[in-house]
Design a protein around this ligand. Structure first.
Ligand code: ATP
Ligand code: MG
Ligand code: MG
Length: 356
């Protein structure tokens, strides 16, 4: 049988492995952490780090194809793998999304709209850009940020540029205008090896403290995503995937402006937290279609049979399972993480109802 290698053994790797197992495919996880969530459900490759060249070489030998569950894999490691085994998605998807500036420039070249921004190389550049961007901005590191980490909001006219620069770790950054959005939505699409694409319905995403809290579709959404907005979001995501020659699932996060237009916040070249509801509301979920795509299978239908709201269990949320477990309309997904830490994604629940 065929073995798929996954770089990264977090919850996304775990859910990918569970889907692959259902298809009778074998998974090898590459993650230096001993207690990676995916390690409990799949074979795990021993490695010292993501840049362990010998381990990468033997990993490549064990796999027929390699994919990744997070975009911050060191580029040199991916290049080494790409020279030894088919890599899906490829280097273009990874490189473009590793750096917020590269990503925004790429999106603009495609004619897609992003929030107004400026590149920031040091603290001295912040004040003038902040003023030019309207006096309400977000400073974000170009690399390695997630769950709102590596970001700080600048609000007043009299900002402390040096403090802001230190707050994000004194690294190359982008400064973005803060968008007064009416909603956040995302497009989750999958593209196969022959270039066929399918798109999931567009969820409405609500964040709390910089971390995704809920994603909802249908009756559970407070914001109505019109068919026109759905089509625009899906088309933009497919355009991105085609330009990157992306194979697998790709996600685009958007702000819906007060004028009803879409601005891209960021892209993720992978399965995404805002697509977890597909596990309980669609015949083929995002993990299934990612595995199908990278394994060279045709894609499964993305249509949803249910309305759904996914709620993340972050930190101590996971300790109050009883009320969720008692609800017949709610499915529970736990990631097997032993340490409950503030801000850590421990699991999620999905409440569903017949599609309206
Ligand atoms: P993740 O990769 O986990 O989605 P991240 O660390 O890359 O998160 P962003 O997606 O850039 O962070 O931002 C997190 C959230 O902060 C956004 O979903 C949005 O709610 C808010 N936010 C970020 N940038 C802006 C902006 N320019 N205007 C308004 N809100 C913003
Ligand atoms: Mg991000
Ligand atoms: Mg985000």
């Amino acid at each position: 049988g065929s073995t798929i290698g996954i770089l990264g053994g977090g919850q996304l790797g775990r859910m990918l492995a569970m889907s692959a197992a259902r298809y009778g495919l074998k998974i090898h996880i590459f993650d230096p952490a001993k207690d990676a969530p995916a390690a409990e459900v799949a074979a795990t490759h021993t490695c010292a780090s993501y840049t362990d060249g010998n381990a990468l070489a033997s990993f490549a030998k064990a796999c027929q194809v390699v994919t990744f569950e997070f975009e911050n894999v060191p580029k040199a490691s991916l290049e080494q793998l790409a020279g030894a085994v088919p890599l899906h998605p490829g280097l273009a998807s990874l490189e473009t999304s590793q750096d917020r500036l590269t990503e925004k420039q790429f999106l603009e070249r495609l004619g897609l709209n992003v929030a107004p921004y400026a590149a920031i190389d040091g603290p001295d550049a912040i004040e003038r850009a902040h003023t030019a961007l309207g006096g309400d901005t977000v400073l974000k590191t170009r690399r390695l940020g997630y769950d709102g980490k590596g970001q700080t909001r600048l609000q007043t006219a009299d900002i402390d540029a040096h403090q802001a620069w230190q707050a994000i770790g004194a690294a190359p950054a982008v400064l973005e205008a803060r968008i007064a959005f009416v909603a956040e939505v995302s497009a989750i699409i999958a593209r196969d090896i022959d270039g066929n694409a399918v798109a999931y319905d567009v969820p409405v995403n609500i964040h709390k403290d910089g971390i995704l809290d809920t994603s909802s579709v249908g009756q559970f959404s407070a914001f109505n995503v019109t068919p026109d907005l759905t089509r625009q979001a899906q088309e933009a995501a497919v355009k991105v995937a085609v330009a990157l020659e992306h194979v697998g699932v790709l996600t685009v996060e958007f702000f819906v402006t007060e004028q009803g237009t879409l601005l891209i916040n960021e892209i993720a070249p992978r399965v995404h937290n805002s697509g977890h509801w597909t596990m309980d509301a669609c015949l083929h979920d995002q993990f299934d279609n990612h595995i199908r795509a990278v394994a060279g299978w045709p894609l499964g239908a993305p249509e949803r049979h249910s309305d759904a709201v996914m709620t993340n269990l972050v930190g101590p949320d996971v300790e109050e399972l009883a009320s969720h477990a008692a609800r017949p309309d709610t499915q529970i997904h736990l990631y097997g993480k032993a340490d409950v830490r503030k801000g850590r994604k421990m699991g999620h629940i999905t409440r569903i109802a017949p599609r309206t």
